[in-house]
Design a protein around this ligand. Structure first.
Ligand SMILES: [Zn+2]
Length: 410
């Protein structure tokens, strides 16, 4: 064999080297022969080969350095991936530069794709959590609110993003979310329209008084749909927003009383202030009671319904006051008593349905998604708020057509 010169191609050199190495273990004389054949050239005479073939240690170092900030892999972990059982001798194995590094195509080069896979897996989990639904018995205790709803429950997500995505999915809370989400949008629209009227049409006093009602309605609807959305986040988050939901009901009740009492006792300062103070006091008690952790537990459902119905029914006292001083028919015609009674009936019927959990109690599992008691209760609350808005608008119109307070009214 001719002595190889610099003009001999690399592939010939590699081929010759590889053939010789194959026989290394069998006969040391082969290496000697190879060295002789190559004119004393051993591996040392292929500096470009060694340069281009990185050692395993180098691979592991590079992989570790490159990946640490990317996937969180530690160098040791990558070492395991790359094969820590490689001996230092293996570092010097001749490698075919035209072929991918052994192991590299399944480990090192896959580091970015592993990251991509992990990211994809994470996104899938988040996305799946947004619509995964479960049977009631698989839920953790804190999510077992209504055992007559059997299927279609969301599982705990621990992710606000997953919770908010679930707004657009079908599960046991979809109806609860949308009834009050749309209610909030409706009241926001009405409030914007009312408050943007020119002052020649609606004076600022009217706007201020009606704002109490708009605030109560919008906050109640908002707390409600947000609570039903994030209820499955985690026990801590669910409990916090559940309390806000109850506060919202108390705020709606207080907000509803303000314009009603203001116009009903327009020129009678003493009863007006007394009843306003009373409803604020009772409303505050309701909010304080709502903060009690056990208040939200399923066994206190009738107590909750009772507390909020009692708060609403406290309006019977000023209503009776008005009937006594002004007469029943006057109250019907000019104090929108009929609308107020209708509103009260809607709240009460809604609360009874809520407490009794009808119809799912009668047909468990048949109203898991639509027409369950809580949705009906939400619709009744919404209807009652619209009726109340109509009622207080009538009282305000009547009162404002009378002009200023006259002496006989006190
Ligand atoms: Zn609700």
């Amino acid at each position: 064999m001719q002595k190889k010169n610099g003009d001999v191609s690399m592939s010939h050199k590699r081929q010759a080297f590889a053939e010789e190495v194959e026989h290394l273990g069998e006969d040391n004389s082969s290496m000697a022969a190879f060295e002789t054949d190559c004119g004393g050239d051993s591996l040392d005479s292929f500096p470009h080969l060694e340069e281009k073939a990185p050692s395993w240690q180098q691979l592991k170092r590079q992989a570790g350095a490159g990946a640490n900030g990317y996937t969180g892999y530690k160098t040791d972990e990558l070492g395991a991936l790359l094969g820590d059982d490689m001996s230092p001798e293996d570092d010097k194995l001749p490698l075919d530069l035209d072929e991918p590094l052994p192991g590299a195509e399944t480990s090192l080069l896959n580091v970015p794709s592993k990251c991509a896979e992990q990211a994809e897996e994470f996104v899938k989990k988040v996305w799946a959590a947004g619509w995964n639904v479960a049977h009631h018995h698989t839920l953790p205790d804190w999510l077992k609110d209504n055992d007559f709803l059997l299927r279609g429950h969301r599982v705990p997500t621990n992710s606000f993003m997953a919770c908010f995505k679930s707004i657009f999915r079908i599960h046991t809370e979809t109806g609860n979310i949308w009834t009050h989400l749309l209610g909030m949008i409706a009241f926001l629209g009405i409030a914007c329209y009312f408050l943007s009227r020119p002052s020649i049409e609606i004076q600022w006093q009217e706007k201020a008084v009606f704002s109490a009602f708009f605030m109560g309605a919008i906050l109640c609807m908002t707390f409600s749909w947000v609570f039903h959305t994030v209820y499955c986040h985690s026990e801590r988050v669910g409990r916090f927003f559940n309390k806000l939901d109850y506060c919202g009901i108390a705020l709606l009740t207080i907000g509803s009383f303000v314009p009603w009492l203001y116009y009903s006792f327009y020129c009678r300062l003493e009863p007006k202030v007394t009843y306003l103070a009373l409803i604020m006091f009772l409303g505050t008690i309701c909010i304080v009671v709502s903060m009690w952790d056990k208040f939200a537990q399923p066994q206190y459902r009738p107590l909750r319904a009772g507390v909020f119905v009692a708060l609403g029914l406290s309006g019977v006292v000023p209503a009776m006051h008005y009937v006594i001083t002004d007469g029943f028919w006057h109250a019907i015609d000019f104090a929108a008593l009929g609308w107020l009674v209708l509103m009260a009936m809607l709240y009460i019927v809604g609360a009874v349905i809520y407490a009794a959990r009808i119809p799912e109690r009668i047909f468990p599992g048949k109203f898991d998604i639509w027409f369950q008691s809580h949705q009906i209760f939400h619709v009744f609350v919404l209807a009652a708020a619209f009726v109340h808005y109509h009622g207080i608008s009538e009282i305000a119109n009547y009162r404002l057509t009378l002009g200023d307070c006259i002496a006989r009214e006190f």
